[in-house]
Write a protein that binds this ligand. Sequence first.
Ligand SMILES: [Zn+2]
Length: 89
Amino acid sequence: MSYSVATIGKDSEGLMRKSRAKCECGSSAELQYKAKLGRFGIHKVTVFNVPVYSCNGCGNSFMNGSDAKKFAKRIEDAVKSNLIEINFD
Ligand SMILES: [Zn+2]
């Protein structure tokens, strides 16, 4: 009996993240990894290496939808584990 192993890169989200995104002002925003302060209730958590798009035009910074969801989840988990500093990944 033989079988083959398929390598699927589905869970490597980082590779699928674009290096640029369009800001709502119309300029292009560049992907950068930054430390960001998040909140959950009264708690604050610093998250390192957060993928954030920074706009060259208006200075706005934002995350993509799935990263924003993950960020919120990571904050919640950190607070439940009594952590004040975590890494995004
Ligand atoms: Zn902008």
